[in-house]
Write a protein that binds this ligand. Structure first.
Ligand code: RTP
Ligand code: MG
Length: 148
C-alpha cells in the first residue's frame, strides 16, 4: 500500500493544530503508520529541501523549518500521496481553497502549516530521511473493510 511523508511545520505545532490535522487524515480513512515530534537539525533540513538549494528563499526555508518542533508522520492508503497534497491545498495559502489545510489555517507562503511528499520518489526519500524502518508499524485496522 502507498505511503507518504507528512509533516506539521513549526507554525502548525505552535498554533496547536496537530490534533486537528491528524483528525482530518484519520477521518478520511488513511492509516497512521509512524509519527514523532522532533526538532530538525540544519543538516536534515538542507537534505529534506535539497531540491530548493539554489532558490532565493532556501535560507529562510531552512531557518523556518528548524525554528521549533515539527510533527513528522507517515500515512498509508490508496493514492495517499496525491490525496494528501489535495487535502493540504496549494503551496501559497492565498491560492489554497477553503476546506484544505493551508486554505483553512495558512496565511503566508513561508508559514504554510504542513509539508507533504509530492511524488512516490519523494515519499520514499523523505520517509527514509526522517524514519528508521523500526519506527514504522505494520498493522491492520478493524474498519478497513468499510474503506476499500
Ligand atoms: P512543501 O515541500 O513544504 O510541502 O511545499 P510544496 O511542495 O507545496 O512547495 P515547494 O515548491 O516544495 O516549496 C517548499 C516550501 O518553500 C516555501 N516557498 N517559498 N517565497 C517563495 O516564493 C516560496 N516558494 C516556496 C514554501 O513554504 C513551500 O512550502
Ligand atoms: Mg515540496
Amino acid at each position: 500500500m502507498e505511503k507518504t511523508f507528512l509533516m506539521i511545520k513549526p507554525d502548525g505545532v505552535q498554533r496547536n493544530l496537530i490534533g486537528n490535522i491528524v483528525e482530518k487524515f484519520e477521518a478520511k480513512g488513511f492509516k497512521l503508520v509512524g509519527a514523532k515530534l522532533m526538532q530538525i537539525s540544519d543538516s536534515l533540513a538542507e537534505k529534506h529541501y535539497g531540491e530548493h538549494k539554489e532558490r532565493p528563499f532556501f535560507g529562510e526555508l531552512v531557518e523556518f523549518i528548524t525554528s521549533g518542533p515539527v510533527f513528522a508522520m507517515v500515512w498509508e492508503g490508496e493514492d495517499v500521496i496525491k490525496t494528501g497534497r489535495t487535502m493540504m491545498g496549494e503551496t501559497d495559502p492565498k491560492e489554497a481553497l477553503p476546506g484544505t489545510i493551508r486554505g483553512d489555517f495558512g496565511l503566508t507562503i513561508g508559514k504554510n502549516v504542513i509539508h507533504g511528499s509530492d511524488s512516490p520518489e519523494s515519499a520514499e526519500r523523505e520517509i527514509n530521511l526522517f524514519f528508521n524502518q523500526d519506527e514504522l508499524v505494520t498493522y491492520t485496522k478493524q474498519d478497513s473493510t468499510w474503506i476499500y
